[in-house]
Design a protein around this ligand. Sequence first.
Ligand SMILES: [Zn+2]
Length: 173
Amino acid sequence: MTPGDTSKKQHTEVQGAGLKDDLYWMSLALEEAGQCGLDVPVGSVVIRNGELLARGRNRREIDCDPSGHAEVIALRQAAQATSSWRLTGTTIYTTLEPCPMCAEAIIQSRVSRLVFGAYDVASGACGSAFNLFVPGRIFPIPEVIGGVCEEDCRNLLVEFFRSRPGADGGEAR
Ligand SMILES: [Zn+2]
């Protein structure tokens, strides 16, 4: 950016404010992830217009639920909180790149924006292992932003798998 170039400066400031919000909401998702206990530490929150609608954390072990991923739980709670499965205008923050199940649930529920932390080469459906967010589908595809608080999100997972080798049938990723 060159001095005096106000248009670029303005754009940068808007991005800066947006990033500050993203960091705040991701810190709440990280709080959820940090409370997973025996479950792989992944947390999610759903917001709309700066208001928290739902929080979720991975509960597969504790609930014996194969679909008990943080995103699905947060989406379900957000739908209940708003009495509508249509979550247009919401942003979901999640500490790990969503798997195909969660990615499709995010698309199906019409979430407008997805922000995730760590990339997941094993199951990530935002481009790492698959990409469900391709243009040309009937439904609007959410805006996707990856790598927010990436290191903190990944460190939680690395520490989890280090203390529980073989958990989830995989290794730290
Ligand atoms: Zn998932």
